[in-house]
Ligand binder design. Structure first.
Ligand SMILES: [Zn+2]
Length: 231
């Protein structure tokens, strides 16, 4: 917090600014009271308005969290809250959670913000008892459909084109032929008509049944991490 100087002739009370503390002194002295952001505290001697400080809200209420709404990812509930996840297209924050909900679009912006950018990954996190289990997808002997260039797994963000005969990988942009036995026509919205019936096309997390080529340990018939597809 930076407070502008209030000299003997100043009629303005101290004000609070949301400026970074590492700004050089020259910048601090050039701030004028007219630059006060809307809603800044201007009354009383207090330098900090406690109502302006974000705090975790202690609550015993369980939050119902849909991972995706109106074709957009939903910001996750606070990590310390009790929540029930409905997987509507993005993975549960129990499995993957970013340290910040808005990711800076450039490295410079990230450095300036001073925020830590990291991803917490817990593929075997225990779900809430009221959550639906992760659905299992079995492609049979051929195994999961994957991008032939980057080996990315089929997921809700791969786009089908040419009446469903091809699909574009959302990870590397490569266009693949859709396997003949996986073909499905597209609806007027450009989605496959069977998208809502196929977990791999509408869920953020699915478990693919592994074929022999994935086997590492005898008896393991599910893809071990990192082969569980999470988007
Ligand atoms: Zn790819």
């Amino acid at each position: 917090m930076v407070r502008p100087p209030s000299g003997p002739g100043s009629a303005q009370p101290p004000q609070m600014y949301g400026m970074p503390a590492h700004l050089p002194n020259q910048s601090m002295t050039s701030i004028s009271p007219g630059m006060a952001p809307t809603g800044a505290s201007v009354g009383g001697p207090s330098k900090i308005d406690p109502n302006q400080i974000p705090r975790p809200i202690p609550s015993s209420a369980v939050i119902l969290h849909e991972t995706r709404q109106s074709d957009q990812a939903n910001p996750p509930p606070p990590a310390t809250s009790d929540y029930i996840v409905s997987d509507t297209g993005n993975c549960s924050p129990r499995y993957m959670r970013c340290t910040i909900n808005q990711i800076p679009c450039t490295a410079d912006l990230l450095a300036t913000s001073g925020m830590q950018l990291a991803l917490l990954v817990q593929p075997l996190a225990l779900p809430h008892p009221s959550e639906e289990p992760i659905q299992v997808v079995d492609f049979g002997e051929t195994g999961p459909v994957r991008c032939s260039r980057c080996k990315g797994y089929l997921n809700p963000f791969m786009r089908f084109i040419d009446q469903g005969k091809k699909f574009i990988c959302n990870l590397c942009g490569f266009t693949d032929e859709t396997p003949r036995d996986y073909h499905c026509n597209l609806g007027p919205d450009g989605r496959r008509r069977d998208a809502n019936e196929r977990p791999e096309l509408c869920r953020g997390s699915v478990e693919f049944v592994a074929t022999k080529e994935y086997m590492i340990y005898k008896g393991l018939n599910f893809l071990p991490w990192p082969f569980m597809a999470v988007v």
